[in-house]
Structure formats: C-alpha cells, structure tokens
Design a protein around this ligand. Structure first.
Ligand SMILES: [Zn+2]
Length: 286
C-alpha cells in the first residue's frame, strides 16, 4: 500500500486502486484528513448506524477531503467508491490511527478444538491488485447480447447490508440488480455467467490467510475483513478515548469539545508529553 505521510499533522495522501471517473477523466489521488476524537466517538457508536457499511461511508466521508481535482467529497461520492477503494482508504486510516501491525485472536474452526490462535501480520504486506486498466463501465457478451455493468460500490454494500450473513443469495441479487443494466431480462444461466465474470473482474484485496492451529494441527484459510476489524477497533477504544479526554481536561483545563476536536495524532502528542512529565516528577521525588 502506498501511503505517503505529509510532514504536518493534518493529513495524508494515498493512491486509490480504482478511483473516480468524471467526464472521462480518472482521478486516483486521495487526500485524507486526520480523524478527530469526535469522529472516533460518532463512528464508534454502532447503535446509531443502520449497518456497518453505513458506518464505513460515514467514516470515509469524514476522512476523504479530495480525490484528484474533486473537492469537497460528499457522501454520495463516497458511496460510489468501489469496495476495493473503500477498503484501501480504511487500511490507510488504520495505519495512521493504530499502526500497520494487526495482532488478533481467532478461534480454531475445528469444532473439537476451538482453541484461540494468534494472528499477527502487517497491513502493508497485503498485496493490492493492479487496477490500472479499469474502466468505469464494462461490457460482457452473453449468448450474443451485450450486457453493461459496473463493479460493486459502497452504495451496493449499504443496500444489501441487512441481508449479508443471513441471506447471502438475496444480498447478491440486490447487488447484481443495481450493477447490471436490464438485469431482469437475463436468464438464471446468464446471471450466473455474468456473476462469474464480475468476480473475475473484481479481485479484492488478497485477504485470505493460511493459518495453522498449533493445538490440533489443522490448516485452514482465514478471511481478514478490514471494514469489520477497524469498526470493532474504533468501538473498542471508546472508553480509552473518554479516559484520554478526562486526563487532558484534568491537566490542561481544556473543554471536552476542544479535546474531541483535536486530530488523533495531536491528542496523543499531548498525552505522551503528560506521561513524560509524570515520569519526571516521579523520578525527582524518588
Ligand atoms: Zn485447533
């Protein structure tokens, strides 16, 4: 993943794997701003969003300031980003917020074992598929007729969100209906052929890992979902966020709103300075 960090605290730029087309011009350079405590608080509250996909859209709308010549970026433009682009931005944000390394625990899928297994890898090691040859729309010929389609985006993820995990077939139908022109005119066989073509055309992040359980010796594949993982992480650090607000308010007498408005990195700089100060005082007293 190409992540170039600007020298200041305000943000970063990255290259979207797919990008956005406007009037035949493709834009791929995205400028991201640093997330604030308010962003973490809003996105971290899962109960206030209809679906994980909607939370991702909100997170990206807060973070993405510019794509090429396009600015500001609104929520509909974020929804229209392909799933791969959304995942790539989430990875860049995660690297910025919590670092590149992922340490997690999964449960061995062998029902007779079920022991926890440590997962440890770097996001920068995930290969991003080359999508330089992409176009905005594709044509696919089935049984002599040409069918136009586009690749799934965030809006499709949001539309199908309620069915993912329960009715996968229905979720797929909803997404295909949105992506394929004149979908209802296709036969079941034609839909299956088109589905296979779209899957071939839309390689996602290679996020399947070979894992091994040291307890029972079983080898299995693990799917890493950056959307799910980062949302859980942001939700999981909410108590920590309030503790940090409490600490800074206690020492500096800043208001909650002022502290929550700070970029993540700036908040952590002040916390590090405080930590150094507390250590110095403790050493002086010893
Ligand atoms: Zn096992």
């Amino acid at each position: 993943m190409n992540v170039s960090r600007s020298p200041d605290l305000s943000g970063m730029t990255m290259r979207l794997p797919v990008g956005v087309w406007v009037e035949g011009v493709r834009y791929r350079e995205a400028s991201l701003r640093a997330l604030s405590g308010s962003d973490e608080e809003t996105i971290g509250d899962a109960s206030s969003w209809p679906s994980p996909a909607a939370r991702v859209t909100a997170l990206l709308t807060a973070a993405v300031m510019r794509i090429g010549a396009l600015a500001p970026i609104d929520v509909e433009q974020i929804r229209a980003l392909t799933v791969l682009d959304r995942d790539a931005v989430l990875i860049a944000l995660r690297q910025r917020l919590f670092g590149d390394r992922i340490q997690s625990t999964i449960i061995c899928p062998n029902a007779e074992c079920g022991k926890p297994i440590d997962l440890d890898f770097r996001l920068s090691d995930l290969p991003v598929p080359d999508r330089s040859g992409d176009t905005r729309r594709y044509e696919f010929t089935i049984d002599g007729r040409s069918v136009a389609y586009r690749l799934p985006d965030g809006g499709d993820q949001e539309a199908a969100a309620g069915l993912v995990g329960t009715a996968v077939d229905q979720a797929e139908q909803i997404i295909l209906r949105r992506c394929v022109e004149n979908f209802d005119e296709l036969s079941a066989d034609q839909v299956a052929a088109l589905h296979a073509e779209m899957a071939r055309r839309d390689p996602q992040l290679d996020d399947e890992f070979d894992a091994h359980c040291p307890e029972c010796g079983r080898d299995f594949g693990v799917h890493f979902d950056i959307q799910d993982f980062l949302l859980r992480e942001i939700s999981g650090t909410r108590l920590q966020l309030y503790r940090q607000v409490h600490t800074l308010a206690w020492y500096y007498h800043w208001s909650e709103a002022e502290i929550l408005a700070m970029p993540f990195q700036k908040r952590h700089i002040y916390l590090d300075l405080l930590s150094d100060l507390v250590s110095e005082i403790a050493e002086a007293r010893a």
